[in-house]
Every structure is written in structure tokens, then in C-alpha cells.
Write a protein of this length. Structure first.
Length: 500
């Protein structure tokens, strides 16, 4: 009888301790939960979008100033450096181009009496300066070159049967197949890069490059001093096709259906003028902070959460990159500060990664995936945030078959946040090979990955355009994203049952 009493006593004490530990965990968790505020997050957003950082183009001194500001905040919160030689910075070469003025795009229109007039287009709706353009002026005939792809092994060449030497090529983004989930698509991936398209135009002797790319800022394209580049909007595109009994969209549709090139000379003459300065000496960086785990075994396991800090800089007006991706940066900062100050000792280590060089070609994420702050083999997951701050609902994706990772976020939302929530696995498109986000650099190297998004867009999106300012984000959802990350990561970092 006595033995049973003692057993009960032991059970009672153990249970009480567990409950107390749980209460203590929850009390600490909640004590910082409410200190994540949209007001403070907005001050960070305004700082990131201030004239000081000039749109944070990777490689520029202004980007580095932005990186130093983020590192300073991590330091203030007691988050340790995880970059090169005990610093917060992980450096890489980042050549960049300064657009000195917006340049011009114009069309020569021949009148019925043989005389001609010049039609000038307006920035930013009708044309957008090529952000890695050579400097100078080119007046030449425009040749439609489809997707600008030469793929001998696929029996496809947009340059077959046309002569583009000294001419201006008109090139569309992407590749003929549209479904990135189709295994066929993987054969085309290397041709979908902006870099490939520009270099291919140079190889064929083109002197000008008009890119049908939504007429927005695009620093993610090769630099070649011999070619003058401009983004082209709808009006000049329509003018090029006027009198040809077709449209760019119709020809592209035809190519997509038949996977057969349909290039032709348009008979229209345009002028592109660009004024740029190349800085091949540019250096860019990631900012890396770590909260080290305290469990003797689990501390070697890392959770990486990252988002790109760079934006597209300035071509004409500054593009501040509030939604893309000040939102992701500020979401992570909100969670990082709370995690550093909650008083909860994390068992696993958490790496906060503020990525450079995303907009110029996913450079920072490639570097970190190859040289992570903590060993890749022990990394639980890489979680990416890109444009997470416009809407009313939350979306969390995880790479299949690691659905389990979703539960931390789902539970955080169910318990504390109560937003519409959608969790799914596997990671969509990126996982299949369209190299358009930092997640790709991790998933393609064998990391488990997750991505966070917001849904139910409530504000106009100025994607890579002037106007992507602090008032283009919904700061309330950002507060909730930061809170969800804070709860989910704290729980994930301390869950002893999480094993792969
Ligand atoms: Zn982005």
C-alpha cells in the first residue's frame, strides 16, 4: 500500500513538473508574442525603403548600408553573427550597373507621302530601361525572335532563318512549354534564364534587345557592353505589330501550341538609347545571424529561415521593394527579435538569413546553400519568405513528403492567430525546376524546404515597379506572419519528437 502511495506521489510530482514546464514555456512564449507589433515592424519597413538604401540593389554601397543596418539590429537583440570570420556578413562578387538616366525608346513611322515622324515612348509604362544595358544608341530594324532560344538538342531555334546582325531583336520571356510540372519542362529550364536570352542575342550579332518582360525593373540579366537593352510595354509592342495582321500574343500562342519557331522581320525601325555605368568591382553579401541551440545533441541541428534583402534598385525612379521583399525581411526580423528575447532556451539552432543578390540571379542563396553557417546534413529545413505581406490569409508550403513540418505553423495559427490558413505539400513549381526563387537553390541541393505566402491580396502590387512602397503592404498580416513564425519556430526548435 505504502509503495503504491509513493508511486502515486512520484507520478503526481512528475506530472505537475511537466505541466509547470509547459506553463512556463507557454508563459514565456506569450510574454514576447504580444511585443511583436505592426507599429515597430512599420518603422523597420520605412527604414528599409528610405532614400538611404536606394532600392537596395545588390553590389551597391547602398545595399551594403542596408545590410549593415540589419546586422546592427541583430547585434542589438543579442543574436550571434553567422557569417565570414565571426562577422554577420557572407560576401560574394556582385557586379552591378548604374542606370544614369532613363534613356529613350522611339519608333520611326513612315507617312504615306514618304516622310517620317518619330514616336517617343514614356517611362515607366511604355518602356523600362535595361538595367544591365550597354551604354549608347542603336537605330535599326526590329526582328521578332520568339523566345530568343537556340536549343539544338531540342530541335528548336528562334534564330533559324532570320538575320539579326546589327538589328534589334524582340524577345519574349520564358520558353515554349508552359507547364513547369511536366518533366519535359526540365529540358528547357536552362533556356528560360534572362541571361541566356541576352547572351544568345549577342552570339547572333544583335545590337539591340527589346524584352517583353512586363516593362519593369530587371537587374537579373547579363551585361554585355555591345548590346543596348530596353524593356518594352504594350503600346510600342502594338505599334511594332501594326499592319502585320497579328499580335505578339497571337504569335507566341502559336509557337507554344506547335513548339515551332515563327520568327520574322517586322519592317519597323526603332531607336533605343541607354546611359549606364558598369561596376564590375561590386560586392554583395548575405547577413547571417544565429540563435545557438542549448541541447548538447540537438544544437547541431539547424532551422534556417531566410528572405532576400536586396531589391531592384533604381532605373529612373527608385523601386523601394517594400513588398518584394522588405515584407519577408521585416517578418523575419519580428520573429527573430522575439525569439532572442523570450527567455526560452532553444534546443536546436536557428539561423536567420537575409539574402543578397536574389534579384540579380539568386546569388546569395546559392552561396549559403553551398556554404551554410551550420552543416547541411543536420539542417532540418530551409524556410523562405518572398513577398509575404499583402493580404488576409496565410499559406505555408513544404516539400513532400515532409508534411509534418506544416503542423508547427498550422498549430500556431489555430492556437493564437486565427487567420484563414492553407498548408500544402509538396513545394510547387520551384521544386520542379523553374529557378525563380531562393527556395530553388536549397531544394535543388537536397534541402527540405518550405515557403510562406499571404493570400487574399488587398493592395495593388507594384512588382519591380516604382510604387512598391511601405503603403503597398498590409502591415497587419505581417505582424501575424511574424507571430506565426515566432511560435512555429520556437516549437519546432524545441520538439524532441521531430526526427528525419
Ligand atoms: Zn522577391
Amino acid at each position: 500500500m505504502k509503495r503504491i502511495k509513493i508511486l502515486f506521489l512520484i507520478l503526481f510530482v512528475t506530472a505537475t513538473c511537466l505541466i509547470n514546464a509547459q506553463d512556463d514555456f507557454e508563459a514565456k512564449l506569450l510574454s514576447r508574442f504580444h511585443t511583436i507589433t505592426s507599429e515597430e515592424m512599420m518603422t523597420w519597413m520605412e527604414k528599409l525603403c528610405s532614400p538611404e538604401f536606394q532600392g537596395r540593389l545588390s553590389g551597391t554601397p547602398e545595399f551594403i548600408a542596408g545590410a549593415e543596418w540589419v546586422a546592427g539590429m541583430l547585434k542589438e537583440w543579442g543574436i550571434k553573427p553567422g557569417g565570414d570570420n565571426g562577422t554577420y556578413f557572407q560576401w560574394f562578387d556582385a557586379p552591378y550597373t548604374v542606370v544614369n538616366d532613363i534613356g529613350t525608346l522611339s519608333l520611326k513611322i513612315t507617312q504615306t507621302d514618304g516622310s517620317s515622324i518619330i514616336k517617343n515612348y514614356t517611362y515607366p509604362d511604355e518602356f523600362y530601361p535595361g538595367m544591365n544595358s550597354g551604354t549608347g544608341e542603336i537605330t535599326a530594324e526590329v526582328v521578332f525572335a520568339g523566345f530568343g532560344v537556340t536549343a539544338p538538342e531540342l530541335g528548336y531555334d528562334d534564330y533559324k532563318g532570320i538575320d539579326v546582325k546589327g538589328k534589334i531583336v524582340l524577345v519574349n520571356r520564358d520558353v515554349p512549354p508552359t507547364d513547369a510540372r511536366n518533366p519535359e519542362y526540365s529540358k528547357w529550364v536552362k533556356y528560360c534564364y534572362h541571361q541566356f536570352k541576352l547572351e544568345n542575342a549577342v552570339r547572333h550579332g544583335a545590337a539591340g534587345f527589346l524584352y517583353v518582360d512586363g516593362a519593369s525593373a530587371n537587374p537579373n540579366i547579363s551585361y554585355d557592353p555591345s548590346i543596348i537593352v530596353s524593356g518594352i510595354g504594350l503600346q510600342p509592342l502594338a505599334d511594332i505589330f501594326s499592319g502585320l495582321n497579328t499580335t505578339n500574343a497571337a504569335v507566341i500562342e502559336k509557337i507554344r501550341k506547335s513548339i515551332t519557331p515563327a520568327s520574322f522581320t517586322t519592317g519597323k525601325t526603332m531607336t533605343i538609347r541607354a546611359n549606364t555605368t558598369r561596376h564590375s568591382e561590386g560586392r554583395g553579401c548575405n547577413v547571417v545571424g544565429i540563435i545557438e541551440g542549448t541541447d548538447p545533441v540537438l544544437k547541431d541541428e539547424a532551422i534556417i529561415i531566410g528572405g532576400h534583402l536586396d531589391a531592384v534598385g533604381k532605373a529612373g525612379k527608385v523601386v523601394n521593394g517594400a513588398l518584394d521583399n522588405g515584407s519577408g525581411v521585416v517578418d523575419i526580423m519580428g520573429a527573430a527579435k522575439a525569439m532572442a528575447q523570450s527567455g526560452i532556451k532553444l534546443k536546436r539552432s536557428v539561423v536567420f538569413l537575409f539574402i543578397g543578390g536574389e534579384e540579380t540571379g539568386l546569388h546569395g542563396s546559392r552561396l549559403h546553400a553551398e556554404k551554410p553557417a551550420l552543416p547541411k546534413e543536420k539542417t532540418i529545413v530551409y524556410i523562405n519568405l518572398d513577398m509575404v505581406g499583402n493580404g488576409t490569409g496565410l499559406v505555408v508550403n513544404a516539400s513532400a513528403p515532409y508534411k509534418q513540418l506544416l503542423t508547427y505553423f498550422e498549430e500556431a495559427n489555430t492556437k493564437y492567430i486565427h487567420r484563414p490558413f492553407r498548408g500544402s505539400a509538396p513545394e510547387p513549381i520551384d521544386y520542379y525546376g523553374r529557378p525563380r526563387s531562393d527556395t530553388y537553390n536549397f531544394s535543388s541541393r537536397g534541402y527540405r524546404t518550405m515557403s510562406l505566402f499571404t493570400t487574399g491580396t488587398v493592395k495593388k502590387i507594384y512588382y519591380h515597379l516604382p510604387g512598391d512602397d511601405p503603403d503597398a503592404v498590409t502591415i497587419e498580416i505581417m505582424e501575424d506572419v511574424a507571430k506565426m513564425i515566432y511560435v512555429a519556430l520556437t516549437t519546432m526548435a524545441n520538439d524532441e519528437n521531430l526526427k528525419f
